[in-house]
Design a protein around this ligand. Sequence first.
Ligand code: ADP
Length: 624
Amino acid sequence: MSEYHFQTEVSQLLDIIIHSLYSHREIFLRELISNSSDALDKLKYLTLTDEKHKNIKFEPRIDISFDGKDHKTLTVSDTGIGMNRQDLIEQLGTIARSGTKNFLDQLTGDVKKDSSLIGRFGVGFYSSFMVADKVEVISRKAGEEEAFRWISDGKESFSVEEASRENHGTTVILHLNEDGKEFANRWEIESIVKKYSNHIPFPIFLEYEETKYEGKGDKQREKKERKVEQINTASALWKRPKSELTDEDYNEFYKIISHDTEDPLFYIHTHAEGTIEYTTLFYIPKKAPFDMYYPDYKPGVKLYIKRVFITDDEKELLPTYLRFVRGIIDSEDLPLNVSREMLQQNRVMVNIRTASVKKLLGEFQSLSESNPDKYAEFIGEYNRPLKEGLYSDFTNRETLLELVRFKSTERDGYVSLAEYKERMKDDQKAIYYITGDREENLRNSPLLEAYKSRGIEVLIMDDDIDEIVMPTVGKYRDLEFKSVNRSSAADDLKTEKDKKREKEIKPIIQKIKKALGDKVKDVKASTRLNDSPACIVADENDPTIKLQQILKAMGQKDMPEFKPILEINPNHEIVGKLMNTDDDALIDDVSHLLLEQALLVEGCELKKPSDFIKRLNRIMVKAI
Ligand code: ADP
């Protein structure tokens, strides 16, 4: 017998599951059945496609039994793919998913918050320890001779030893604790299975003891009889007609395939018939999956072919930006032995994928019209991935532009582009937006002053992805997008009076430019400022300062430095006073301070703060 320590993350997770999900502890059974169902799926696939597994006798079933007497136990057994020693140690002793540590760090110890977070992670096998003080797993891998027993009390360690098992598959024996004893009961088990696992596509049998009475009067005798009864419908839920299914059926099935503890936000079930025949059942989780922003996130859509499970590890079934979608695609037309590489080019698969994206986006759009509150919830979680779609899914860009939402100077919360267009001024030529770091900084940015005074709405883009996405979007209907952070956006605002003033202050602009030298790309008179004396913008085709920071953070090292353009408010008192002085040292200090304050307002760091302080002090001495 060998003893092993759980990976630290497993111990932590065990602790959290036990505390945060205690009031839903019956879900342990759903999790075990779900694992068995996955194991059956995997073996079924191999017996149909893999030479080595073709001769295996495959009789898919899940068996539940219990001992309700003294040492109460509950046993879940399957005829699935099974695990060998290595598998047991790795799969039931570590968590291989990326971001696990990060996820665990987010947990607060607040039971309520944690229980909703843990749903996004998926609880799985370890939930057994909510109801058991010892768990045994006896497993034999299909195609192998040896069997092994894994045992643990769910604290710090587990052990693995050789064991025997007649056939391939896995048996999980729970030694129930005080809180788990209630589950060693026929009615309890039956009702949980009906509720959570009715529609998994394999039969679940329950073995129980029935007491019968024989004879009459004095001769009556008690006779115990063991019975085995199938307790679920065992029909693949997604293949059933929609009319036969209730919301509850759908929601429980969602929990089986996603391991989420909460109901989904909504679901979309489609039976397509015609040139290609397939069924899709998609779910949108209420909360975004915890690993949505990790490069090696776990995909949420499973592919079936004629009800045979093919893969749950294929990221290309839907475009990356829809990676939060959970569910099933089941095709009637794909060949069972379709290979990974073939899958992505397969005409049938491409058609299903294209139609599925259209369907999903269409449903999102209907939701935005029919149920704005629910849509707001949806956007709260998934606005960002949809923006990724703007960048990557050219064919659906128009629909995506209707779906995404933005913050705005006109409203709290989010607005759609359609609303923006509706509110536009008659002579307004473009959709204006401002990008940058923090919403509050952006709302108070001097760049917005001229728009505010003219009553023009500006979209506030504080998501770092906006910087990358927006310049690629082009147009919304017939309207161009213009970044307020760039030099040309304000040209639209220029009046005759502005042009005259620009000429007047030209000499001082020249002086500032000379003082700043190569610290700036150019110095110009501004049309966008009201109260502030200066601001910085990016030249038309240069990345904004913020984007430069993002690219640097992403590891782009050899990027040239793009210098900002300094814009000066021609009507500001400082400019007026500068025109009337010959003090070159003063002009030099003021020029630098104008640039430095404009950088600070944008949230940029100054290269030499000490120089800034010296200048400021010199000016203060003169002023006092
Ligand atoms: P998840 O199911 O989310 O991967 P679990 O902690 O429930 O997480 O299970 C971990 C792994 O252990 C599974 O991915 C699977 O490889 C293996 N496993 C669990 N139960 C079984 C089973 N009944 N048969 C075969 N493998 C299993």
